[in-house]
Every structure is written in structure tokens, then in C-alpha cells.
Write a new protein. Sequence first.
Length: 132
Amino acid sequence: MNPDKAILCVDDEAIIVLALKQELKAHYGERFVYETALTAEEALDIIRELGSEGVRLILVISDWLMPGMKGDEFLRVVKESHPGVKAILVTGQACAETIESLLESGTADGVLMKPWRKSELMDRIDRCLDGS
């Protein structure tokens, strides 16, 4: 199977992106391409690479508090260039106003607090992927 849809996990902590990727692979198997990035800038490069390879990005799971570009700004950039991409913010730091703004603007399709529960994460992802 050669998946043509990708899920991208972005967090400045390597252990977090590895845990997310493991949980995704365990749940979805080889249905998707799974990519990870430690910075928003690295993630934007990966998104460009995926596009040049004909792989469609369908979901971004991003931390909020990262060096360089914060998750809310990163998700806005992604949504501007890829309006159909779904986005979930996973954070232990974002304030209520930031979270509310992201949800109201449609920049994020969901927000989960760290540490997340696997069932809650997978439920949120399933809802985002319906129809993808």
C-alpha cells in the first residue's frame, strides 16, 4: 500500500512527536504517511516536500509553546496555504483566550491538553478525518 495522505506531528520535544507517531501508527496502520517535526519551520519544509511528492496533508497535530513560531501562528500559516487541512492543538501551556480564538476562527479543529488520553486523542482525530 502506498498512502497518498499524510498526518504531521509538530512538537519541540522529540519524545512527544514519537509518542504521537506511535499512537497513530498503532491505530491507523499503514493508511497514512506519518511525519514529525521539532519546529514549525521544519514542519513547513516537510509540508512543501509532501506536496512535491504528491502526498496530500490532511491533518496537523501541533504543540502550542515552541521556540521560534508558536503553534497558533504555525496553524494559521498552514490553513492559509492549505485550507482543507484539519488541525489539532495539543498543549499544556496555551491560555483560554488563545484556545477560544483558534477554535472560533477555524484555525484549530480541536484542542487537547497535555497529557492527553489516548482515547480522547483518537476520538478527536477520527472526527477530523471523517471524509478524508
